[in-house]
Design a protein around this ligand. Structure first.
Ligand SMILES: Nc1nc2c(ncn2[C@@H]2O[C@H](COP(=O)(O)OP(=O)(O)OP(=O)(O)O)[C@@H](O)[C@H]2O)c(=O)[nH]1
Ligand SMILES: [Zn+2]
Length: 364
């Protein structure tokens, strides 16, 4: 085991989703998983039961910022498996392996965790009207930054005879990222998602409204748990309160999270360099280290555009994103890095996946 990891192996398994975690257990406490949140109350899955829980006074007092509070997807230790006698108490949040963060709407300069412990992000794009490669670049940036591994999920394959062309376009936009084709209106049309699901794994669905995320989740769950075409998030503008965000345990093992839309996530922590790996590689050959690729002499990026090696569109979207993403030093990966370090060494999951993809790109 490398990276200075001194853990021997998992010491406990979440009995709700099967996820393994490292570190000491605690006498009398039960591992569970936060499936949804209502203001200061959390719904926690413990085994086959669900309890309503609040956080312990100690946890509250020790919290230095919003990100020290539980989020959907967190593995936590609670004091009971039955809340008939009162709310359960969350005593500890276990180290996160990944986190989606956004700016705290009620607290300038602060971030909060939108969803935690996601292994795979399904970036959903429907093959009809929604198909938009520039938008995909944004989603990719956010996904990489969360620490989870993105997979592009093309939905509504039944509506698009030109799916092969579309897949090829996606592969060019997202080099090294896996691309799958799905349809909720076809028998077993969800099957391509199966390799990313299962015992101990968590996947989140990200994508514009109407691409079919809820329909797909219902298929995976085998029942209509989410009402499709319900109240649209855009309709309650200004109200920060409840946006739909819930973790569902899949009967066959593992879990899925229905993540909020792009607007809620914002772009503040977009990992542009990874999404625009080829731009980044070119930029390294620019004469000036801080080249903005506008009008500096010796700019390798502009040269590549002139020579037709890099599309003008691609450079434009890079510029646009760079402008939008406010690099204020808050980066999801940095935030969680401390907690994550020990986890990764034993898991190998996210880190290995990244290295794998990196290597795959190099070989091209
Ligand atoms: N033809 C076709 N239609 C689909 C498919 N999946 C979903 N739809 C339809 O697309 C519409 C939107 O589906 P939803 O599942 O509500 O989409 P969503 O991404 O969850 O949308 P929000 O809840 O607004 O975020 C519904 O009318 C679905 O019946 C599919 O595979 N093929
Ligand atoms: Zn340059």
């Amino acid at each position: 085991m490398g990276d200075g990891c001194d853990t021997e192996g998992p010491t406990a398994f979440c009995n709700a989703c099967g996820h393994a975690w490292y570190g000491e257990g605690e006498e009398g406490l039960h591992p569970g998983r936060v499936v949804s949140q209502y203001k200061d109350l959390y719904k926690v899955a413990v085994g086959n039961a669900e309890v309503l829980a609040e956080i312990s006074g100690k946890l509250r007092h020790g919290a230095q910022s919003r990100r020290d509070y539980p989020a959907v997807g967190d593995h936590v230790l609670v004091d009971r498996t039955d809340d008939a006698g009162g709310h359960a108490i969350i005593h500890r949040i276990l180290p996160r392996t990944s986190a989606f963060v956004r700016k705290d709407p009620g607290n300038a300069g602060e971030v909060q965790v939108v969803a935690a412990n996601i292994d795979t992000v399904f970036l959903c794009m429907s093959l009809n009207r929604d198909f938009n490669l520039r938008r995909l670049e944004r989603y990719l940036a956010i996904a990489w930054d969360s620490g989870a591994t993105p997979v592009v999920v093309l939905t509504k394959a039944d509506l698009c005879p030109e799916w092969e062309e579309r897949m090829e376009e996606v592969r060019r936009t997202a080099p090294g990222v896996e691309v799958v084709l799905t349809s909720s209106f076809r028998e077993e049309g969800w099957k391509p998602l199966a390799p990313y699901l299962g015992e101990g794994r968590t996947a989140a669905f990200l994508g514009s409204s109407g691409v079919g995320k809820s329909t797909m989740i219902n298929r995976l769950l085998g029942e209509e748990r989410i009402r499709t075409k319900a109240v649209r998030e855009d309709d309650d503008r200004g109200r920060h309160a409840t946006t739909r965000r819930e973790l569902f345990l899949i009967p066959g093992g593992g879990a899925v999270i229905d993540t909020p839309g792009m607007r809620e996530l914002g772009l503040e922590s977009a990992d542009l360099d990874r999404t625009f790996e080829e731009v980044q590689a070119l930029a390294e050959q620019c004469r000036f280290k801080d080249c903005t690729h506008q009008d500096e002499p010796g700019c390798a990026v502009r040269r590549a555009v002139e020579e037709g090696e890099l599309s003008r569109e691609r450079l434009e979207s890079w510029r646009k994103l760079k402008k939008e993403a406010k690099y204020d030093g808050l980066n999801a990966r940095q935030i969680e890095q401390e907690k994550v370090r020990t986890m990764f060494a034993g898991f190998g999951g996210v880190k290995n996946a990244r290295n794998y993809i990196k290597g795959k790109n190099k070989r091209k």
